[in-house]
Write a protein that binds this ligand. Structure first.
Ligand code: ZN
Ligand code: ZN
Length: 434
């Protein structure tokens, strides 16, 4: 948030907020809050599409907020979007199966004969169209129970309080993020905890983080199910295979590829059109799928509020909204402060911005997009605050947290090295005394 004075709100005379020369908005009455601001949400492809998507997303966010205000909505199993995604997936799977069967029959017809050619073609098409189930993390990347018994005890306790199964594998990642992924035909689950994020959280926020991810296993996440996977990934693969990254400028670039004939140019042009069609279909379907996923995020938040307490969850969401501020500060502090002190630093930064928290929450709403997997953080924290406040069900003792920190120390050190890059670590005296 920049400090330049953008003036006063025309509606309520309140102070305006603005991001680096973008469009101002009013924190007090939300005047101009929902306009599209490329400064906050730079277009990833077509500007018109991003602007349109932002407008639709803002309306859908409002609806999501209304649906979940005061109490989280029950899971609705069959929305129109889900019916469409499942229907498309079914057609794709049946087509793949049909290609394989008919291809095989053609191959065998009067074998060997000219029928081998179309037969082989159909079989290849069937292979390309087949549904993918994803692979789990490699064994050597997984955190083993004996490496971190207290951490796993926390995971067990959270899963039991949430009424969820314990994830099949755990990975400690280097992102400022956490996630739950599904893999394999039988639907195994892998929990990924980003250590850089983990390190800037208070103990109870960490419980909320794990509880949110485990919360995804309670009500099921319809957008991750096997039934919708083909619809959500096939057209992306087709767009990539036909050269989605090629722009028209690239196709017409005369300096490229020496002497291309008119035939080759036409071929590339047709391919360009085909890839755009696939891309548009994919963009449309993923917008539907991601909105389904957003509802699952709210339900996971409801589980997290129950397990870790509403206060810790709101604090976690607000802290995530401050991630840019925090990661920048950690980047500087890493030279003198060990990872075990990063959460203190984040606490101070967070407390120093309590008065501006509404602005930071509004900023996340301003950055909303039809292609976000998560509802804006500000919308989520406001929803959690509107629900009946819950006390924590799971809370660890200080000595248990010390044990967890000890178990995860090698990953903390690795995260520290990654932040430092080529710089040296020179601990200040305060840090060495501890
Ligand atoms: Zn105003
Ligand atoms: Zn989530």
């Amino acid at each position: 948030m920049s400090n330049q004075n953008p003036g006063r709100c025309p509606d309520c005379e309140g102070e305006l907020s603005v991001v680096d020369g973008g469009q101002p908005w009013c924190t007090a009455c939300e005047w101009n809050l929902t306009v599209y601001d490329p400064q906050v949400l730079p277009p990833r492809g077509w500007l018109w599409l991003e602007r349109w998507g932002h407008g639709v997303a803002t309306r859908l966010d409002n609806r999501l907020f209304t649906e979940n205000h005061r109490s989280p909505a029950e899971r609705s199993h069959w929305t129109a979007a889900r019916v469409l995604l499942v229907a498309i997936s079914t057609v794709l799977v049946l087509t793949a199966l049909g290609c394989l069967i008919v291809g095989g029959m053609l191959m065998l017809r009067d074998f060997p004969s000219i029928w081998v050619v179309p037969g082989l073609g159909l079989i290849l098409l069937g292979i390309v169209l087949r549904p993918r189930f994803g692979r789990g993390p490699r064994k050597r990347h997984r955190l083993r129970r004996e490496q971190a018994p207290v951490f796993f005890a926390l995971l067990d306790e959270v899963a039991s309080a949430a009424g969820a199964p314990v994830p099949d594998s755990v990975v400690l990642a280097s992102e400022f993020n956490a996630s739950m992924a599904r893999y394999g035909l039988r639907g195994h689950h892998s929990l990924s905890i980003g250590i850089p994020l983990w390190l800037v959280l208070t103990p109870q926020m960490r419980v909320a983080l794990v509880a949110h991810e485990v919360g995804h296993l309670v009500n099921g996440d319809p957008s991750r199910g096997l039934l919708v996977e083909p619809a959500l990934s096939t057209f992306r693969r087709f767009a990539e295979a036909t050269g989605a990254e090629r722009t028209l400028g690239y196709v017409f670039d005369a300096d490229r590829g020496g002497n291309r004939g008119i035939g080759q140019l036409l071929f590339e042009l047709v391919l360009w059109v085909i890839s755009r069609v696939f891309l548009l279909i994919h963009i449309g379907l993923s917008a539907l799928g991601l909105r389904e996923h957003q509802r699952a995020e709210i339900r996971a938040d409801a589980v997290a509020a129950h397990v870790a307490g509403s206060e810790a969850l709101t604090a976690l969401l607000d802290r995530s909204a401050l991630s840019d501020v925090i990661t920048t500060a950690i980047g500087h502090a890493a030279e003198t402060k060990p990872p075990l002190r990063w959460s203190e630093l984040a606490d101070r930064l967070h407390q120093g911005r309590t008065a501006e928290m509404t602005q930071y929450r509004q900023l996340t709403q301003r950055g909303t997009s039809l292609w976000s997997s998560h509802p804006p953080l500000g919308l989520r924290s406001s929803l959690v605050e509107s629900w009946p406040q819950e006390e924590p069900t799971v809370a660890l003792t200080a000595s248990q947290w010390t044990q967890i920190d000890e178990e995860l120390r090698p990953w903390y050190t690795a995260a520290h090295r990654a932040v430092l890059g080529a710089r040296d670590y020179r601990p200040d005296s305060e840090a060495t005394i501890r």
